[in-house]
Design a protein around this ligand. Sequence first.
Ligand SMILES: CC(C)(COP(=O)(O)OP(=O)(O)OC[C@H]1O[C@@H](n2cnc3c(N)ncnc32)[C@H](O)[C@@H]1OP(=O)(O)O)[C@@H](O)C(=O)NCCC(=O)NCCS
Length: 201
Amino acid sequence: MPSPQPQRTITAAALEDLPYIVHLQRIWSNQVGFLPKSALERYIDSKNTLLVKERGQHAGYLNWTVTRNGLLRFIQIAIDPPLLRTALGTRLVNFTEDSARRNKCSLIRFQCRTDLFANHLWQALGFYPSAIYHRQTARRKPCLEWTKNLIEPSRFFPNGGRRVGLCQTTGPSNEDEDLDATTPNEDDGRVSDKRPSPPMS
Ligand SMILES: CC(C)(COP(=O)(O)OP(=O)(O)OC[C@H]1O[C@@H](n2cnc3c(N)ncnc32)[C@H](O)[C@@H]1OP(=O)(O)O)[C@@H](O)C(=O)NCCC(=O)NCCS
């Protein structure tokens, strides 16, 4: 008799998963933006896309970049609509976070439009709002940047690791320029790749 499918599994996505990822990106396009197939393929090729399955069926994905300086930035996270609020998003984020710690990353970041319910997830998972990016037109909602420190900040910063206040900005901060492989697209807030990132184990 074949052994039963485990309830939930998390694996690196393969190219055969691309049609599902494109499909889920389309469903949530207003939330996650649009990445062309070629970009999604690059995240898969570099092992920077995780797929979560529920009883063997696709249930969601998460992709990210990592800079040489140890900043891991989530690019997109999306869960199948019927499976929302069943902790799949938490599983994907926690899995990536564990891997990031093993790979000595120091920070995880993600940008999220202020009107999206996804902001609740970041707060629930212990991220803190570190910056707000205003758009060029008032019609467009600002983006909140959520951060989690993976390494005790007092080891690095002369102020003993105290959190500074929420930074108001209309563009990437100097720290981002220095640390980050992705920057917000000035026009619509999506992020775009600038450099390939090292794969994560
Ligand atoms: C954001 C997203 C990935 C969260 O995934 P999820 O699997 O539904 O989230 P989880 O079940 O792990 O939620 C963990 C906690 O986050 C908070 N949370 C998540 N979604 C929430 C919502 N819609 N409203 C309020 N709190 C929410 C809750 O505290 C929740 O714990 P609880 O269910 O025990 O109360 C999912 O809603 C999604 O795919 N959204 C569409 C795409 C998107 O917005 N991506 C992010 C773009 S910025």
